[in-house]
Write a protein that binds this ligand. Structure first.
Ligand code: FAD
Length: 339
């Protein structure tokens, strides 16, 4: 570890670990900075950002966001590596005496955050959607459990923690390019690095690009079977929509993986999202929260999807969808006759 002091007084300091993949910063890095800024605002500490991996100096200026004290570039390893990240963040946390480390609740974040918390000897609070803080009670974090049906508040004692932050939850912070960017030298023990990236395999997109889709129809397990999916197609056609499915729908092979909701990120923001037989857990999709109008059809009036829906129909999709198709077709005919 470098002898140079890395800044920060440890008094409520927050360290955010940015994420990059194959040469690009992921947008969740900017959401994390926004979350970290909020947390540092209430703890009264300073906000630091770490970016770890090969050639990471190039990300320093992009991560220079208002409210950040210093961006620390830790040029070790190449692509994301669990052991390298744990060692580097442990060293930087110690150098800063940071009390809270924020990582994304992503595949990579979930990979290293538990090991990091163990190494630091602090609590791990995963999948956080809100914070509050006061000097007496310390950090209280809100998590959603059981498919978003239960909101749990977690008090952290002693007052240090590794927190993974839900993707797509905080609005991303924007670059201002006025923050010091400093290299941090973490002495990574090569013998403790047990894995390496040997290559990447692109998943097929089947030519599907949903960024321009104005209307998405999302289908969930509640459509029942492939016949249920066929019954949805007239609605998709009438709305000029693209079809997406939840993970159980993809796992059953009813739709290809390229159409899995929750995997498109923020770039997909339709005007209308129609959720059919979807319970509506938070993981099921950023694009739902980004949609201007959400219509949900579910036979369980307590389904979490109704919390994000602008219009909800409590009913069986096998009855409601044909009724909607009939009504839309009739409305189209009326338009044609009057036009
Ligand atoms: C780390 C993590 C990441 C995840 N990422 C994703 C992701 O990217 N994308 C994703 O989709 N999921 C993801 N999941 C899974 C996610 O949490 C949910 O389990 C999944 O989205 C639920 O899919 P569903 O709504 O189709 O099924 P269910 O939760 O089983 O819901 C089915 C719904 O259909 C309703 N229903 C049943 N029959 C009818 C009927 N006849 N008429 C009307 N309504 C009916 C039921 O009331 C129920 O609400 C992730 C989970 C984890 C832990």
């Amino acid at each position: 570890v470098s002898d140079e002091p890395a800044g920060g007084d440890g008094d409520g300091d927050v360290l955010v670990v940015a994420e990059h993949r194959r040469g690009d910063l992921r947008e969740v890095s900017f959401e994390l900075v926004a979350a970290g800024r909020e947390l540092a605002g209430v703890t009264g500490g300073s906000l630091h950002v770490a970016v770890i991996g090969g050639n990471v100096e190039r990300f320093g200026h992009a991560l220079s966001v208002e409210g950040v004290w210093t961006v620390h570039t830790v040029a070790v390893g190449e692509e994301f590596n669990h052991d390298v990240t744990v060692q580097a963040v442990t060293a930087l946390t110690a150098a800063l005496d940071a009390r809270f480390v924020l990582a994304p609740h992503s595949v990579n974040g979930l990979d290293y955050a538990p090991a990091l918390a163990t190494r630091l000897g602090v609590a791990l609070v995963p999948d956080v959607v809100a914070f509050s803080y006061d000097d007496e009670a310390g950090l209280t974090a809100t998590r959603e459990l059981y498919g978003s049906r239960v909101a749990a508040t977690v008090s952290v004692a002693p007052d240090r923690a590794v927190v993974t932050v839900r993707e797509g939850w905080w609005p991303p912070a924007t670059t201002v390019d006025q923050v010091p960017v400093e290299p941090f030298e973490a002495a990574v023990e090569a013998s403790a690095v047990g894995s390496r990236v040997t290559g990447f395999v692109e998943t097929s997109t089947d030519g599907v690009d949903l960024r321009d889709a104005d209307v998405l129809v999302g289908v969930g397990r509640g459509i029942g079977d492939e016949e249920g999916l066929a019954a949805v197609e007239p609605l998709v056609d009438l709305l000029g929509a693209e079809l997406v499915g939840t993970r159980p729908v993809i796992e059953r092979g009813w739709l290809p993986p390229s159409r899995e909701s929750g995997t498109f990120g923020r770039a997909v923001a339709p005007d209308l999202y129609v959720a059919l037989g979807i319970s509506g857990t938070a993981e099921h999709g950023v694009e739902v929260r980004k949609a201007k109008t959400v219509v949900a059809i579910n036979h369980d009036r307590r389904a979490p999807v109704f919390r994000v829906a602008d219009y909800g129909i409590v009913g069986d999709v096998r009855e409601v969808v044909p009724a909607l198709v009939g009504a839309l077709a009739a409305a189209n005919r009326d338009d044609e006759n009057s036009g």
